[in-house]
Design a protein around this ligand. Structure first.
Ligand SMILES: Nc1ncnc2c1ncn2[C@@H]1O[C@H](COP(=O)(O)OP(=O)(O)OP(=O)(O)O)[C@@H](O)[C@H]1O
Ligand SMILES: O=C(O)[C@H](O)COP(=O)(O)O
Length: 399
């Protein structure tokens, strides 16, 4: 892969950069700016080289049309503060505003296009539609730099197709992520423990089959737990459940047993009546969640169990919070997992935290980033990398 340095003299060149600015928001307030900060080394290098930088990024999953709720305005403001210079925000993706904003750029200046997913062609499954958008994006620039590690697993116009029509290079964040994650894929030190959680259940269930052939222990927390508990025949109340995945999960449980991989499930669950910060919390056994109750965290006994399965690990990969950590009353499980990773690190283990929300959890719960081996900006992307899958956004950069 070519690097930014291989692109030659960039003064006056229009450089189109894909970043991952999919940050957690509370209204219009960014609650964790880790992904914005992670993008700085590439952007600063380009600006220092005198390039005219045009950044494209997505926020959330808007339905292919402009939607104020998903505007990148808060990101433009934060990026401007961090860079210490103005960031012009176009009000569209490839329309009049984008073109005039890019035309107005001087050397060493930067602009951000509005949420790329406001254009339905970005995520289209039809190659020609994505290629058409990529062609219009390419018209805004001379070269493309791919630095949105969190989206390199997506075959989308701004990640994949644009690299086919512009000279391209890999950005510093993608290079750093790949170097760190390789430590877990190239002959990982054992025991190798994977902790999964979060809410994108069906996205992540698929990776389990693959990790079952690689890890020694798989710990399941977060919203994913309930599909596992249901597969064991337990009732899960009103908790997050992917009923159509229950049979698949039964298959994983059987496959794990055959392969000698330990699947660790919580033994107790913190439940509430409503998905709300102040809904009173109650601890119940994992095999007896009352009707109507919503499981929002793993319980105290499970936290101890999980910690005991993590502290002696020599490689730990953690993706997805163990509970709804955004609500203080349901953050205990995530806090316990984070602490167990820190302890494993002290025992000589290499620990990786993956996922926008897991990384945010580590920081918002007050952990020192230095206590972890690598905090990845990728969620699904880091998992697919660890599975050994070919990531379209990286493969397309390889000449
Ligand atoms: N029991 C639960 N029920 C519902 N949501 C849950 C539960 N446990 C955790 N969550 C939620 O999962 C969300 C994070 O899930 P997600 O799968 O997006 O993880 P991630 O680390 O951000 O990975 P990615 O970067 O791929 O999105 C958090 O907002 C958290 O509140
Ligand atoms: O948050 C992420 O994992 C990335 O930004 C990708 O977002 P997506 O899952 O909506 O494609």
């Amino acid at each position: 892969m070519k690097t930014i340095e291989d692109l030659g003299d960039l003064r006056g060149k229009r450089v189109l950069v894909r970043s991952d600015f999919n940050v957690p928001l509370d209204g219009t307030t960014i609650t964790d700016d880790g992904r914005v900060r992670a993008a700085l080394p590439t952007l600063q290098a380009l600006l220092a080289a005198g390039a005219r930088v045009v950044v494209m990024a997505h926020l959330g999953r808007p339905k292919g049309a402009p939607d104020d709720k998903y505007s990148l305005k808060p990101v433009a403001d934060r990026l401007s503060e961090l860079l210490g210079q103005p960031v012009a925000l176009a009000t569209d993706v490839v329309g009049d505003s984008a073109r005039s904003t890019v035309e107005a750029l001087q050397d060493g200046q930067i602009a951000l296009l509005e949420n790329i997913r406001f254009d339905p062609r970005e995520t289209s499954k039809v190659d020609a539609e994505r290629a058409e958008l990529a062609g219009e994006l390419a018209g805004l620039a001379d070269v493309f730099v791919s630095d949105g590690f969190g989206v390199v697993h997506r075959k989308q116009a701004s990640v994949y197709d644009v690299a086919q029509v512009l000279p391209h290079a890999v950005g510093k964040l993608v290079l750093k992520e790949v170097a760190s994650l390789r430590k877990a894929t190239d002959d990982p030190a054992r025991p190798y423990v994977v902790v999964l959680g979060g809410s994108k259940v069906s996205d992540k269930l698929g990776v389990i089959a693959n990790l079952l052939t690689k890890a020694d222990r798989l710990l399941i927390g977060g919203g994913m737990v309930f599909t596992f508990l249901a597969a064991k025949g337990y009732s899960v109340g009103a908790s997050l459940l992917e009923a159509d995945q229950i049979e698949t999960v039964k298959g994983y449980l059987a496959q794990a047993e055959e392969a000698g991989v330990e699947i660790v499930l919580p033994t107790d669950i913190v439940v509430a009546d409503e998905f709300k910060a102040d809904s009173p919390a109650q601890v119940v056994p994992a095999d007896a969640i009352p009707d109507g109750k919503i499981g929002l965290d793993i319980g105290p006994a499970s936290r101890e169990l999980f910690a005991s399965k993590i502290v002696d690990a020599k490689t730990v990969v953690w993706n997805g919070p163990a509970g709804v950590f955004e609500f203080e009353a349901f953050s205990g499980g995530t806090r316990a997992v984070a602490q167990a990773l820190v302890d494993a690190g002290k025992n000589g283990g290499f620990t990786i935290v993956g996922g926008g929300d897991s990384a945010a959890a580590v920081r918002t719960l007050g952990f020192d980033e230095a206590g972890f081996g690598h905090i990845s900006t990728g969620g699904g992307a880091s998992l697919e990398f660890l599975e050994g899958k070919t990531l379209p956004g990286i493969a397309v950069l390889e000449d």
